[in-house]
Each structure stands twice: as structure tokens, then as C-alpha cells.
Design a protein around this ligand. Structure first.
Ligand SMILES: [Zn+2]
Length: 300
């Protein structure tokens, strides 16, 4: 055997050994999916089991979530967690997801809409998000509950669910890299969190009206933007807010503020509002969960 050929063979064997020893790069992606920001959603008819269009819109919501899942997989995601984060938390058609995806369903649950996030997650994605309760524009603009809350503020700034959840992700050093929703939702989160990638599924024409993409176009756009975000994942920084955090909550009704103020952790700031301080966003999230979930007749 000629010497050059022997050297060549040795080099090929060495290269093969080096490749075999390189550990596979791991990439864990968390995808939180709400429904108000899905293309075509404009009223309650699409948003819950009593609405005449809900069955079809569960499909559309699932397809938008799947667009993000597929793009994440194409970008090399090795682990994907999807949190069904709207209404009853049982909207996504789970049989349509690839078998290696985990899906978090129903409530109550720790960390709410971003349940499942931890230090091991590399990137967070928000699909179908909507504007916050103090935003005068945006389809179905609300924060956590349109029925009970009129304002939620974090360290003095009004928040949307997107920026609140980004701050929870930031607590675990996870950057939000992409979101989808209407124009108002995107503008609100980008203002707080920075210029993350975004897919505008519709333009808000009012609380119950929008000029929307078709479901198919929205799926295509979401895939493109998730791919773009993961291609430059290093550009995004976790959204860190000053801790301890101060949270202000204003209720639609009078009584929640009165009764919560019996507890020393809540300060009553006006007839309909309370304030609390939390060690960090994980604790703030737990207290907000309590405010939203507790009733003395909870069962089982
Ligand atoms: Zn929702």
C-alpha cells in the first residue's frame, strides 16, 4: 500500500472517531400556545366549546403550534415541550403532534402558561398570543382574565401575558425568541422584551374585529419566523426584571380587593386594587395563580 494512501486511511479513521465522540448538540424548546392570537380568531365563537366555530379553530390552533414544532425540529431541536395555555387548557389536538413532543394540559399548574419551563430550556416561543388588558387596541385584549381583571402591572409597568411570561422565562435564563399574534400583541411584547422575531397573524380592527391571514398563510409565516429565530438564537437575551418584584392588580369587582387585603402580603391600593411583593418571578407567578384560582368551593 502506498504510504500516502495509508496516511489518508488513517486520517479518515481519525475523523470518524472524532465525529463519533462529539456529543449531539441538545436544543430544548418550549412553546406556549394561546388562542386569541391565532389567525381568524375574532370573537368568543372561536374560543371555547360553546362557540359554533370552536371545533374548526382548535384545528387551526393545532396547525399553528405544529408549524412551530416542525420548524424547531428542522432547526435541530432535540426536545420540545408544548403548553396548551388557553381556556380549559385542553384545546390542542394532541394526536396530531410528533410522538417525541410532550404536551402540558389543563389547570391549575405551577408557572401557568409557561409551565414546564426550567433552566434546561434553550428558547421559548409564544404562539397565538394577544394584547394586554390596558391596551386600547388588540383582538380580545386582556391579561389572564377578561372577566375579573382590568390591570396587571409589574414593577409599575402595565403588562401583557406575553411580557409576564417572558419575565418568568427570564427568571430561568430562557430567552423568548419568537411570538405570533395580532399587530397589537406583537408591538406590546417587543416594546417590553425587545425585538424578538414575530409572525403577525392578523391586524386588529377592534376588540372583536380583525383583518386576518388565512390559516394556511399563517402556518407558513410562523414556520418561517421560528426558523429565522432559531438560526440566530444567540442574539436573544433572557428578559430579566428587577427583583424583588412589585405586582399591582386591579379587579373589575370590589370584593376581591377587600378580601385579599385581609392577608398581610396584600396591600390595598384603592377600592378595586391590591399590590404584593414577591421574591422573584417564580414566586410572583404562584401568587397570581392563587389569586386567579382560589375559591372556597374548589373541587375535588
Ligand atoms: Zn387565551
Amino acid at each position: 500500500m502506498p504510504r500516502t494512501r495509508l496516511v489518508l486511511i488513517l486520517l479518515v479513521l481519525l475523523a470518524a472517531a472524532a465525529t463519533a465522540q462529539t456529543p449531539a448538540r441538545r436544543l430544548k424548546v418550549h412553546i406556549s400556545v394561546d388562542m386569541e392570537g391565532i389567525a381568524g380568531v375574532v370573537t368568543g365563537e372561536q374560543l371555547g366549546p360553546t362557540g359554533f366555530e370552536y371545533g374548526r379553530f382548535r384545528e387551526f390552533m393545532t396547525h399553528e403550534a405544529l408549524a412551530a414544532v416542525r420548524a424547531a425540529k428542522a432547526a435541530g431541536a432535540t426536545e420540545i415541550v408544548v403548553a396548551d395555555s388557553h381556556g380549559n387548557g385542553q384545546n390542542l389536538l394532541i394526536e396530531q403532534f410528533p410522538s417525541d413532543v410532550r404536551i402540558i394540559r389543563s389547570w391549575p399548574r405551577r408557572l401557568g402558561m409557561v409551565a414546564g419551563i426550567d433552566d434546561g430550556v434553550d428558547a421559548a416561543i409564544f404562539i397565538g398570543y394577544h394584547a394586554g388588558t390596558s391596551n386600547p387596541t388588540g383582538v380580545r385584549a386582556h391579561t389572564f382574565s377578561s372577566a375579573t381583571l382590568t390591570r396587571v402591572a409589574l414593577n409599575g409597568e402595565n403588562v401583557t401575558e406575553g411580557s409576564w411570561n417572558a419575565a418568568i422565562a427570564g427568571h430561568f435564563n430562557v430567552p423568548v425568541i419568537m411570538m405570533s399574534g395580532d399587530d397589537a400583541a406583537i408591538a406590546e411584547v417587543q416594546k417590553a422584551v425587545g425585538m424578538i422575531e414575530a409572525a403577525e397573524t392578523k391586524r386588529s380592527f377592534g376588540f372583536h374585529s380583525a383583518s386576518t391571514l388565512t390559516p394556511g398563510a399563517s402556518v407558513g409565516l410562523i414556520g418561517t419566523r421560528v426558523s429565522a429565530a432559531l438560526a440566530r438564537i444567540g442574539d436573544f437575551k433572557p428578559y430579566k426584571i428587577t427583583a424583588p418584584v412589585v405586582v399591582d392588580v386591579t379587579f373589575k369587582h370590589y370584593m376581591p380587593a377587600e378580601v385579599l387585603a385581609y392577608l398581610p402580603i396584600f396591600e390595598r391600593t384603592d377600592s378595586h386594587s391590591i399590590r404584593f411583593r414577591a421574591r422573584d418571578m417564580a414566586e410572583a407567578s404562584m401568587i397570581m395563580n392563587f389569586i386567579g384560582e382560589y375559591r372556597p368551593d374548589i373541587t375535588p
